[in-house]
Design a protein around this ligand. Structure first.
Ligand code: GDP
Ligand code: MG
Length: 301
Protein backbone atom coordinates (compact mmCIF):
# COMPACT_ATOMS: atom_id res chain seq x y z
CA UNK A 1 0.00 0.00 0.00
CA UNK A 2 1.30 3.42 -0.95
CA UNK A 3 2.34 5.91 1.72
CA UNK A 4 0.15 8.52 0.09
CA UNK A 5 -2.92 6.33 0.13
CA UNK A 6 -6.04 8.46 -0.21
CA UNK A 7 -9.52 7.59 0.90
CA UNK A 8 -12.86 9.19 1.45
CA UNK A 9 -16.57 9.20 0.90
CA UNK A 10 -18.38 10.38 -2.18
CA UNK A 11 -22.07 10.77 -1.60
CA UNK A 12 -24.42 10.75 -4.51
CA UNK A 13 -27.47 12.96 -4.23
CA UNK A 14 -30.20 14.01 -6.62
CA UNK A 15 -33.86 13.62 -7.40
CA UNK A 16 -35.19 10.25 -8.64
CA UNK A 17 -34.48 9.16 -12.21
CA UNK A 18 -31.50 11.38 -12.96
CA UNK A 19 -29.32 8.26 -13.18
CA UNK A 20 -27.65 7.95 -9.76
CA UNK A 21 -27.74 4.17 -9.67
CA UNK A 22 -26.67 3.86 -13.29
CA UNK A 23 -23.76 6.19 -12.58
CA UNK A 24 -22.64 4.16 -9.61
CA UNK A 25 -22.85 0.93 -11.54
CA UNK A 26 -20.81 2.37 -14.40
CA UNK A 27 -18.21 3.75 -12.02
CA UNK A 28 -17.82 0.40 -10.33
CA UNK A 29 -18.26 -1.71 -13.41
CA UNK A 30 -20.61 -4.15 -11.72
CA UNK A 31 -24.24 -4.28 -10.92
CA UNK A 32 -24.35 -3.07 -7.37
CA UNK A 33 -26.85 -0.34 -6.72
CA UNK A 34 -30.48 -1.17 -7.09
CA UNK A 35 -31.93 0.47 -10.18
CA UNK A 36 -35.64 0.93 -9.92
CA UNK A 37 -38.27 3.61 -10.03
CA UNK A 38 -39.30 2.92 -6.45
CA UNK A 39 -37.38 5.59 -4.55
CA UNK A 40 -37.46 3.81 -1.23
CA UNK A 41 -35.56 0.77 -2.42
CA UNK A 42 -32.37 2.76 -2.15
CA UNK A 43 -32.25 1.97 1.49
CA UNK A 44 -28.73 1.05 2.44
CA UNK A 45 -26.37 3.86 2.49
CA UNK A 46 -23.06 2.41 1.32
CA UNK A 47 -23.49 1.50 -2.28
CA UNK A 48 -20.10 0.57 -3.48
CA UNK A 49 -16.40 0.62 -2.77
CA UNK A 50 -13.62 1.07 -5.25
CA UNK A 51 -10.11 0.16 -4.16
CA UNK A 52 -6.84 0.50 -6.05
CA UNK A 53 -3.22 0.62 -4.87
CA UNK A 54 -3.52 4.38 -4.51
CA UNK A 55 -6.99 5.11 -3.27
CA UNK A 56 -10.29 3.92 -1.92
CA UNK A 57 -13.56 5.64 -2.78
CA UNK A 58 -16.60 4.73 -0.73
CA UNK A 59 -19.71 5.66 -2.64
CA UNK A 60 -22.71 6.50 -0.58
CA UNK A 61 -26.14 6.58 -2.14
CA UNK A 62 -28.74 8.67 -0.39
CA UNK A 63 -32.39 7.82 -0.12
CA UNK A 64 -34.90 10.64 -0.42
CA UNK A 65 -36.44 12.22 2.59
CA UNK A 66 -39.15 10.32 4.38
CA UNK A 67 -41.16 10.84 7.48
CA UNK A 68 -39.76 8.82 10.31
CA UNK A 69 -42.53 6.36 11.06
CA UNK A 70 -40.48 3.43 12.21
CA UNK A 71 -36.90 2.61 12.91
CA UNK A 72 -36.15 1.93 9.28
CA UNK A 73 -37.36 5.29 8.00
CA UNK A 74 -35.77 7.00 10.95
CA UNK A 75 -32.39 5.52 10.07
CA UNK A 76 -32.81 6.40 6.43
CA UNK A 77 -33.47 10.03 7.21
CA UNK A 78 -30.62 10.24 9.68
CA UNK A 79 -28.14 8.73 7.27
CA UNK A 80 -29.14 10.79 4.27
CA UNK A 81 -28.78 13.97 6.25
CA UNK A 82 -25.46 12.89 7.61
CA UNK A 83 -24.02 12.00 4.26
CA UNK A 84 -24.82 15.38 2.79
CA UNK A 85 -23.22 17.06 5.75
CA UNK A 86 -20.11 14.97 6.28
CA UNK A 87 -19.42 13.47 2.86
CA UNK A 88 -15.91 14.30 1.73
CA UNK A 89 -17.25 14.97 -1.74
CA UNK A 90 -20.90 15.48 -2.60
CA UNK A 91 -21.86 14.49 -6.12
CA UNK A 92 -25.02 16.33 -7.03
CA UNK A 93 -26.49 14.57 -10.03
CA UNK A 94 -28.96 16.18 -12.39
CA UNK A 95 -30.26 15.52 -15.86
CA UNK A 96 -31.58 17.95 -18.49
CA UNK A 97 -35.13 19.22 -18.09
CA UNK A 98 -37.22 19.88 -21.16
CA UNK A 99 -38.02 23.57 -20.91
CA UNK A 100 -35.75 24.85 -18.17
CA UNK A 101 -32.04 25.19 -17.60
CA UNK A 102 -32.62 24.29 -13.96
CA UNK A 103 -35.07 21.51 -13.30
CA UNK A 104 -37.64 22.99 -10.87
CA UNK A 105 -37.42 19.93 -8.62
CA UNK A 106 -33.69 20.59 -8.12
CA UNK A 107 -34.14 24.01 -6.59
CA UNK A 108 -34.58 23.05 -2.92
CA UNK A 109 -31.62 20.71 -2.91
CA UNK A 110 -29.45 23.26 -4.70
CA UNK A 111 -30.18 25.87 -2.09
CA UNK A 112 -29.46 23.49 0.76
CA UNK A 113 -26.19 22.50 -0.91
CA UNK A 114 -25.12 26.08 -1.50
CA UNK A 115 -25.09 26.58 2.28
CA UNK A 116 -22.95 23.51 3.05
CA UNK A 117 -19.25 23.92 2.99
CA UNK A 118 -18.35 20.40 1.86
CA UNK A 119 -16.75 19.87 -1.52
CA UNK A 120 -19.48 19.66 -4.16
CA UNK A 121 -19.46 18.48 -7.74
CA UNK A 122 -22.20 19.14 -10.25
CA UNK A 123 -22.77 16.12 -12.49
CA UNK A 124 -24.89 16.84 -15.52
CA UNK A 125 -25.91 13.35 -16.60
CA UNK A 126 -27.48 12.09 -19.84
CA UNK A 127 -25.41 14.44 -22.02
CA UNK A 128 -25.90 11.89 -24.77
CA UNK A 129 -29.38 13.40 -25.14
CA UNK A 130 -28.50 17.11 -25.47
CA UNK A 131 -26.28 19.55 -27.40
CA UNK A 132 -23.06 21.18 -26.15
CA UNK A 133 -24.82 24.55 -25.95
CA UNK A 134 -27.39 23.11 -23.59
CA UNK A 135 -24.62 21.67 -21.42
CA UNK A 136 -23.06 25.12 -21.14
CA UNK A 137 -26.38 26.80 -20.32
CA UNK A 138 -27.14 24.22 -17.63
CA UNK A 139 -23.63 24.50 -16.17
CA UNK A 140 -23.99 28.25 -15.84
CA UNK A 141 -27.53 28.23 -14.44
CA UNK A 142 -26.72 25.71 -11.69
CA UNK A 143 -23.47 27.37 -10.74
CA UNK A 144 -25.26 30.71 -10.41
CA UNK A 145 -27.35 29.22 -7.59
CA UNK A 146 -24.66 27.09 -5.99
CA UNK A 147 -20.94 27.52 -6.54
CA UNK A 148 -19.76 24.01 -7.35
CA UNK A 149 -16.11 23.10 -6.98
CA UNK A 150 -16.25 21.11 -10.19
CA UNK A 151 -18.74 20.53 -12.97
CA UNK A 152 -18.74 17.30 -14.97
CA UNK A 153 -20.98 16.67 -17.94
CA UNK A 154 -21.30 12.85 -18.05
CA UNK A 155 -23.23 10.02 -19.56
CA UNK A 156 -23.60 7.25 -17.04
CA UNK A 157 -25.14 5.09 -19.72
CA UNK A 158 -22.32 5.48 -22.26
CA UNK A 159 -19.54 5.94 -19.73
CA UNK A 160 -18.56 9.38 -21.05
CA UNK A 161 -16.21 11.36 -18.83
CA UNK A 162 -16.39 8.92 -15.91
CA UNK A 163 -12.67 8.23 -15.75
CA UNK A 164 -11.91 11.93 -15.41
CA UNK A 165 -14.59 12.19 -12.75
CA UNK A 166 -13.08 9.37 -10.73
CA UNK A 167 -9.63 10.92 -10.86
CA UNK A 168 -10.96 14.29 -9.85
CA UNK A 169 -12.84 12.91 -6.83
CA UNK A 170 -9.65 11.31 -5.54
CA UNK A 171 -7.75 14.57 -5.95
CA UNK A 172 -10.00 16.09 -3.29
CA UNK A 173 -9.49 13.23 -0.83
CA UNK A 174 -7.09 13.48 2.09
CA UNK A 175 -4.50 10.85 2.84
CA UNK A 176 -6.34 8.22 4.78
CA UNK A 177 -6.71 4.57 5.69
CA UNK A 178 -8.09 1.77 3.61
CA UNK A 179 -11.40 1.53 5.42
CA UNK A 180 -12.41 -1.72 3.77
CA UNK A 181 -10.26 -4.64 2.65
CA UNK A 182 -9.32 -4.91 -1.00
CA UNK A 183 -11.65 -6.99 -3.13
CA UNK A 184 -14.73 -5.89 -1.32
CA UNK A 185 -16.97 -3.85 -3.54
CA UNK A 186 -19.54 -3.00 -0.98
CA UNK A 187 -19.73 -2.96 2.81
CA UNK A 188 -20.48 -5.97 4.97
CA UNK A 189 -19.56 -8.74 2.60
CA UNK A 190 -20.95 -10.56 -0.36
CA UNK A 191 -23.96 -11.66 1.65
CA UNK A 192 -25.15 -8.07 1.80
CA UNK A 193 -24.87 -7.68 -1.97
CA UNK A 194 -26.58 -10.94 -2.74
CA UNK A 195 -29.36 -10.09 -0.29
CA UNK A 196 -29.87 -6.78 -2.05
CA UNK A 197 -30.15 -8.48 -5.40
CA UNK A 198 -32.82 -10.83 -4.12
CA UNK A 199 -34.65 -7.96 -2.45
CA UNK A 200 -34.58 -5.95 -5.66
CA UNK A 201 -36.22 -8.74 -7.64
CA UNK A 202 -38.81 -9.37 -4.96
CA UNK A 203 -39.76 -5.70 -4.77
CA UNK A 204 -39.94 -5.46 -8.53
CA UNK A 205 -42.17 -8.51 -8.97
CA UNK A 206 -44.39 -7.88 -5.98
CA UNK A 207 -44.99 -4.27 -7.00
CA UNK A 208 -47.21 -2.52 -4.49
CA UNK A 209 -48.51 -5.64 -2.82
CA UNK A 210 -46.08 -5.74 0.07
CA UNK A 211 -45.11 -2.16 0.68
CA UNK A 212 -41.52 -2.24 1.92
CA UNK A 213 -42.35 -5.18 4.12
CA UNK A 214 -39.51 -7.55 3.33
CA UNK A 215 -35.98 -8.18 4.46
CA UNK A 216 -33.57 -10.75 3.10
CA UNK A 217 -31.15 -12.75 5.19
CA UNK A 218 -28.39 -14.87 3.70
CA UNK A 219 -28.09 -18.05 5.74
CA UNK A 220 -25.10 -19.43 3.89
CA UNK A 221 -22.98 -18.62 0.88
CA UNK A 222 -20.31 -21.19 0.06
CA UNK A 223 -18.29 -22.29 -2.90
CA UNK A 224 -18.48 -26.04 -3.40
CA UNK A 225 -15.10 -27.63 -2.94
CA UNK A 226 -15.03 -29.92 -5.93
CA UNK A 227 -17.09 -27.85 -8.36
CA UNK A 228 -17.42 -24.32 -9.73
CA UNK A 229 -20.75 -23.80 -8.03
CA UNK A 230 -21.70 -21.38 -5.29
CA UNK A 231 -24.50 -22.57 -3.00
CA UNK A 232 -26.59 -19.85 -1.44
CA UNK A 233 -29.42 -20.18 1.07
CA UNK A 234 -31.53 -17.11 1.67
CA UNK A 235 -34.65 -16.31 3.64
CA UNK A 236 -37.14 -13.61 2.71
CA UNK A 237 -38.80 -12.20 5.82
CA UNK A 238 -42.23 -10.61 5.73
CA UNK A 239 -44.57 -9.38 8.41
CA UNK A 240 -47.83 -11.24 7.77
CA UNK A 241 -49.08 -14.66 6.82
CA UNK A 242 -51.03 -13.15 3.91
CA UNK A 243 -47.80 -11.62 2.62
CA UNK A 244 -46.07 -14.96 2.82
CA UNK A 245 -48.73 -16.40 0.52
CA UNK A 246 -48.22 -13.62 -2.00
CA UNK A 247 -44.44 -13.99 -2.00
CA UNK A 248 -44.65 -17.73 -2.55
CA UNK A 249 -47.42 -17.36 -5.16
CA UNK A 250 -49.58 -19.99 -6.78
CA UNK A 251 -47.74 -23.30 -6.51
CA UNK A 252 -44.59 -21.41 -5.71
CA UNK A 253 -44.58 -19.52 -9.00
CA UNK A 254 -43.72 -16.11 -7.57
CA UNK A 255 -40.88 -17.37 -5.41
CA UNK A 256 -39.52 -19.28 -8.37
CA UNK A 257 -39.60 -16.17 -10.53
CA UNK A 258 -37.82 -14.12 -7.85
CA UNK A 259 -35.18 -16.85 -7.54
CA UNK A 260 -34.61 -17.18 -11.28
CA UNK A 261 -34.13 -13.46 -11.80
CA UNK A 262 -31.96 -13.01 -8.74
CA UNK A 263 -29.80 -15.98 -9.72
CA UNK A 264 -29.17 -14.45 -13.14
CA UNK A 265 -27.80 -11.27 -11.54
CA UNK A 266 -25.78 -13.06 -8.88
CA UNK A 267 -24.29 -15.29 -11.56
CA UNK A 268 -23.15 -12.23 -13.46
CA UNK A 269 -21.54 -10.85 -10.35
CA UNK A 270 -19.52 -13.96 -9.58
CA UNK A 271 -19.21 -15.28 -13.11
CA UNK A 272 -19.84 -18.69 -11.66
CA UNK A 273 -22.75 -21.12 -11.45
CA UNK A 274 -25.14 -20.30 -8.64
CA UNK A 275 -27.44 -22.66 -6.78
CA UNK A 276 -29.93 -20.47 -4.94
CA UNK A 277 -32.40 -21.78 -2.37
CA UNK A 278 -35.05 -19.36 -1.19
CA UNK A 279 -37.26 -19.60 1.89
CA UNK A 280 -40.03 -17.36 3.16
CA UNK A 281 -40.61 -16.71 6.86
CA UNK A 282 -42.77 -14.42 8.94
CA UNK A 283 -41.21 -12.11 11.48
CA UNK A 284 -43.57 -9.53 12.87
CA UNK A 285 -42.37 -5.96 13.26
CA UNK A 286 -38.98 -6.72 11.76
CA UNK A 287 -38.64 -3.07 10.89
CA UNK A 288 -38.35 -2.22 14.57
CA UNK A 289 -35.73 -4.80 15.35
CA UNK A 290 -32.11 -3.82 15.73
CA UNK A 291 -31.01 -7.14 14.37
CA UNK A 292 -32.67 -6.44 11.07
CA UNK A 293 -31.42 -2.91 10.92
CA UNK A 294 -27.92 -4.27 11.14
CA UNK A 295 -28.80 -6.99 8.68
CA UNK A 296 -29.87 -4.35 6.20
CA UNK A 297 -26.59 -2.54 6.52
CA UNK A 298 -27.41 0.06 9.15
CA UNK A 299 -24.78 0.43 11.79
CA UNK A 300 -25.69 1.53 15.26
CA UNK A 301 -24.25 4.96 16.00
P1 GDP B 1 -31.84 7.12 -10.13
O1 GDP B 1 -33.28 7.09 -9.71
O2 GDP B 1 -31.29 8.49 -10.03
O3 GDP B 1 -31.01 6.11 -9.41
O4 GDP B 1 -31.84 6.76 -11.71
P2 GDP B 1 -31.50 5.40 -12.44
O5 GDP B 1 -30.05 5.12 -12.41
O6 GDP B 1 -32.41 4.33 -11.93
O7 GDP B 1 -31.84 5.78 -13.96
C1 GDP B 1 -33.11 6.28 -14.36
C2 GDP B 1 -33.26 6.12 -15.88
O8 GDP B 1 -32.37 6.97 -16.58
C3 GDP B 1 -32.96 4.71 -16.35
O9 GDP B 1 -33.90 4.37 -17.34
C4 GDP B 1 -31.56 4.83 -16.95
O10 GDP B 1 -31.31 3.89 -17.96
C5 GDP B 1 -31.59 6.24 -17.52
N1 GDP B 1 -30.23 6.82 -17.62
C6 GDP B 1 -29.29 6.86 -16.64
N2 GDP B 1 -28.15 7.45 -17.09
C7 GDP B 1 -28.37 7.82 -18.37
C8 GDP B 1 -27.56 8.49 -19.38
O11 GDP B 1 -26.39 8.85 -19.20
N3 GDP B 1 -28.16 8.70 -20.59
C9 GDP B 1 -29.43 8.30 -20.85
N4 GDP B 1 -29.91 8.55 -22.08
N5 GDP B 1 -30.20 7.66 -19.94
C10 GDP B 1 -29.69 7.41 -18.71
MG1 MG C 1 -31.57 4.77 -7.83
Amino acid sequence: MSKNFKSGFASIVGRPNVGKSTLLNSLLGEKIAIITNKPQTTRNIIRGIMTTDEFQVIFVDTPGHHRAKDKLSENMVKMSERSVKDGDVVLFVTAPAEKHDIHPADMDMLEILSKRNSTKFLLINKIDTISKDRVLAITKAYNDVCAFDETFPVSALKGDNLLALRECIVRYFPNGPRYFPEGIMTDSSDAFLVGEMIREKALYLLQEEIPHGIAVEIGSLKKREDKDIIDIEATIYCEKNSHKGIIIGKQGAMLKDIGTRARRDIQRLYDEKINLQLWVKIKENWRDSDFFMRNLGFKAD
